[in-house]
Design a protein around this ligand. Structure first.
Ligand SMILES: [Zn+2]
Length: 259
């Protein structure tokens, strides 16, 4: 890679890291308010325990949490690690997308995609809901960039092919639910797969699904979840999709090359 390209990429990633952390912080705050039934976008940020209005040094993503060692600077009560996790996920997600695509117009589509996936991961984590509005925003974003990037009929064909993955899964889920007599996969997760099919090829979507299952399983094991205890799948599927888009191509090339 030429030196000037490296400088541009580093510069891009620094800004994406900052923007991603700020977005993660904002989205986490908005989703916590939404989950608590409060107004999402009005009012100053406050400590959830003592209600003290937070000042600028308390609101620097990632660093405030680390400097205060995860505790409120006024009452000393613990600040949930979810807040830090959302900021780090936002920063890492956008930096990975920046590294994957570089400074090209298409990066715009993927950044909005990543930002929306973070939001729906948070809503799913907080209330086990993936709002239709966020799924619709994913579809609209894809449609806008389809025209902006002047994509051809192949993109439509790829999306239709990818839709077979959630369709097949829907069939399996309905069958499993009939046999087991209980819900095995949330409707929101299936709708998210359809929304992801607009962006990913069928092979990428399968890999994202597999990666999501592995991540979910690892999480369940590390968190000591018992069998049968439901886990929101949206955050893992979203993480699997981001990992697949950023790092999945060599894996798919290797796997598809076996046949
Ligand atoms: Zn406090």
């Amino acid at each position: 890679m030429p030196a000037d390209e490296i400088i541009i990429t580093v510069y891009l990633c620094i800004w994406l890291g900052i923007f991603g952390a700020v977005w993660g912080s904002f989205a986490d705050c908005a989703v916590s308010r939404w989950a608590a039934g409060e107004r999402m976008f009005t009012g100053r940020s406050k400590c959830a325990s003592c209600g003290h209005v937070l000042s600028v040094p308390d609101l620097i993503p990632v660093f405030s949490w680390l400097f205060r060692r995860g505790k409120c600077g006024y009452c000393g009560e613990k600040i949930p690690a979810d807040c830090l996790a959302a900021e780090l996920a936002g920063a890492l997600g956008l930096v990975c997308l920046g590294l994957r695509f570089g400074a090209v117009p298409a990066l715009g589509q993927w950044l909005v995609w990543g930002a929306l996936l973070l939001c729906l991961s948070l809503t799913d984590g907080a209330k086990r809901i993936i709002p239709d509005g966020l799924l619709l925003a994913l579809a609209v974003n894809r449609m806008i960039w389809f025209f902006v990037l002047k994509e051809d009929f192949d993109a439509v064909l790829n999306a239709l092919k990818a839709c077979f993955v959630p369709l097949a899964l829907l069939g399996l889920v309905l069958l499993a639910e009939r046999l087991l007599g209980r819900e095995v996969m949330g409707g929101g997760d299936l709708k998210l797969l359809f929304a992801l099919a607009l962006y990913l090829s069928w092979a990428q979507l399968l890999l994202a699904l597999l990666a999501g299952c592995v991540l979910g399983l690892l999480w369940a094991v590390s968190a000591g979840r018992k069998r049968g205890e439901a886990l929101p799948f949206g955050p893992f599927l979203a993480a699997g999709a981001v990992l697949t888009v950023c790092f999945g191509d060599p894996v798919l090339r290797w796997y598809l090359g076996l046949f």
